[in-house]
Design a protein around this ligand. Structure first.
Ligand SMILES: Cc1cc2nc3c(=O)[nH]c(=O)nc-3n(C[C@H](O)[C@H](O)[C@H](O)COP(=O)(O)OP(=O)(O)OC[C@H]3O[C@@H](n4cnc5c(N)ncnc54)[C@H](O)[C@@H]3O)c2cc1C
Length: 503
């Protein structure tokens, strides 16, 4: 039996859960949340590595409609963020909608019935609208390293931490120096016998002003919620003011670069190590990382920084691209995710029988970060060019939820069986505007290669503006940007697509 729902939400991270809350607030209860894992939480369920925490303060990195006066730290740890998402699931009555252990394997647009045919590992659904919230950072990427199979010890990715691996007293190799690695290194350094860090490109690292939020502050936020709102507003406003430097005046970032050098200089006294750790690109080109513990950990005698990527494995010997060798018992990959080649794109088959991956072969693009041409009534949360270099992704998610709500209202107003398909011209025009603005940004001009860029060197991930600009751009659906599709009238006496349950 295949059930029909109005909306199928895929994923139960901040994006999927946020969409579900918004649907309920719009009075829509005919929906399911399809999640491949056995619990909710997305990023904050999958990343349980030692030291995992947000790098945007918790009072901003949380839903505006579900404030949490009890955040324990300015930058809360993974377990607290995960608990927050479980709490949101309960408080907003989302459990009955959840279909866990349901991996979406394929979804195909049915142009005759104007609905999606969604195949999952636990059954099949028909849905009028699909909200794809599968996350830009949810499918870990491990590079193909010759000889990796010959490694006798444990090998795992930071986003799939092996909690059975006892790392105490072991020789651990950490591959990568991104946002996860710089949290893992200080957490592991005191317990392992040797930590070898394979660094292809050094990051710029600024101090992280992390502290426990006092009982008095929390009590104040509980008693007077306006104080938590003011705190959030301040955190947001500071980040909005930084955007111009990233998007229009990268030269202004020179001062920040000086502060980052000082941060390194305070902990790293060895000039040779300092040279290895000093980036050769403009700060901000790659994500600016926050840590007060990373450099002090690298200065410890049981840590080696290899200023070169891992290129080959020969048994327990790891060989870097510069020819240097190191022995290891365990390899941890902090090598990021499939961002511009996300696996879900291979599983979405649109109106012309093409997959989203085929349609995006020259680069991802979606109208207002949400709708792809030829994929009617399919909307992605945190789609192309919605990422942020310096602020909370929850702000972008909430903007997209406004867009989703209006999209569903427009469908209601149209009445009958209707679908909206983004016009190719509107998608290209939006994308041209985004890419024009991208030209001056630090991400494109700062002299680095980063995961923000796709295989063609195009930045299809970051939003080149403020979060308020994005909020304005997604307030309403402009019907002129969409083609309205209508179901062909069924001949009299035949069964129509409106049947709730189809055998
Ligand atoms: C370690 C780490 C730290 C981060 N810290 C910050 C931060 O401090 N600030 C910030 O703004 N952002 C941060 N991010 C970015 C973060 O990914 C986003 O902020 C946000 O959590 C993304 O939410 P999401 O719901 O879109 O995706 P996710 O949280 O990734 O959720 C996607 C969900 O979809 C499910 N899914 C995927 N494919 C399928 C399928 N085929 N079928 C069914 N289910 C599927 C996954 O299992 C997952 O549960 C961080 C990311 C990582 C990895």
């Amino acid at each position: 039996m295949t059930e029909h729902v109005r909306v199928a939400v895929i994923g139960s991270g901040f994006g999927g859960l946020g969409a579900a809350v918004r649907l309920r607030r719009e009075g829509i209860t005919d929906f399911v949340i399809l999640e491949r894992a056995s619990s909710v939480g997305g990023t904050w369920r999958d990343n349980s590595y030692p030291g995992c925490a947000c790098d945007v303060p918790s009072h901003l990195y949380s839903f505006s409609f579900a404030p949490n006066p009890d955040w324990p730290r300015t930058f809360s740890g993974q377990e607290h963020i995960r608990a927050y998402l479980e709490h949101v699931t309960d408080v907003f009555g989302l459990r009955p909608h959840l279909r866990l252990d349901s991996e979406v394997l394929r979804m195909t647009w049915d142009a005759r019935e104007l609905r999606w045919d969604v195949e999952t590992s636990a059954g099949r659904w028909f849905a009028d609208v699909v909200v794809s919230a599968t996350g830009p950072l949810s499918d870990p990427k491990i590079p193909e390293i010759p000889g990796l199979d010959s490694f006798p010890g444990k090998v795992f990715h930071s986003a799939r931490w092996d909690h059975d691996a006892d790392l105490a007293g072991q020789r651990v190799a950490m591959v990568g120096t991104g946002a996860s690695a710089i949290q893992i290194v200080p957490a592991l350094q005191p317990e392992v016998s040797r930590l070898t860090l394979f660094q292809r490109t050094p990051p710029w690292v600024m101090p992280r002003v992390d502290r426990a939020i006092s009982g008095a502050e929390r009590a104040l936020h509980r008693a007077l919620p306006v104080t938590a709102q003011a705190r959030r507003g301040l955190l947001w406003g500071i980040r909005e003011l930084q955007v111009q430097a990233f998007t229009k005046r990268p030269n202004q970032l020179g001062l920040v670069e000086k502060l980052a050098r000082q941060n390194m200089g305070r902990a790293i006294k060895d000039p040779a190590l300092r040279a290895r750790l000093t980036p050769d690109y403009r700060i901000g080109c790659k994500r600016i990382l926050l840590s007060s513990a990373y450099y002090p950990a690298l200065a410890q005698p049981n840590v080696d920084v290899v200023a070169s990527g891992l290129s080959e494995v020969r048994g327990s010997t790891l060989v870097a691209a510069d020819g240097s060798e190191a022995e290891a018992d365990v390899i941890v990959f902090g090598t990021g995710f499939h961002v511009t080649d996300m696996p879900i794109a291979d599983r979405v088959v649109g109106a012309e029988g093409r997959t989203l991956a085929e349609s995006w072969k020259d680069g991802m693009e979606a109208l207002r970060g949400a709708s792809a041409a030829g994929f009617p009534n399919w909307m992605t949360i945190i789609g192309p060019n919605t990422g942020l270099g310096n602020s909370s992704m929850i702000l972008m998610i909430e903007s997209q939820l406004n867009y989703l709500a209006d999209y569903l209202r427009q469908l209601d107003v149209l009445g009958g069986r209707a679908a909206l398909d983004a016009r190719p011209g509107a998608v290209h025009a939006w994308n041209r505007r985004v890419q024009d603005r991208m030209r001056r940004t630090v991400w494109n001009t700062g002299g680095c290669t980063s995961w923000y860029l796709d295989a063609n060197g195009r930045n299809t991930t970051v939003w080149p503006g403020t979060t308020s600009e994005f909020r304005r751009a997604t307030r309403r659906v402009d019907l002129a940007e969409y083609e309205v599709l209508r179901a062909p009238a069924a001949p009299a006496g035949t069964r129509t697509a409106d049947s709730e349950v189809t055998a």
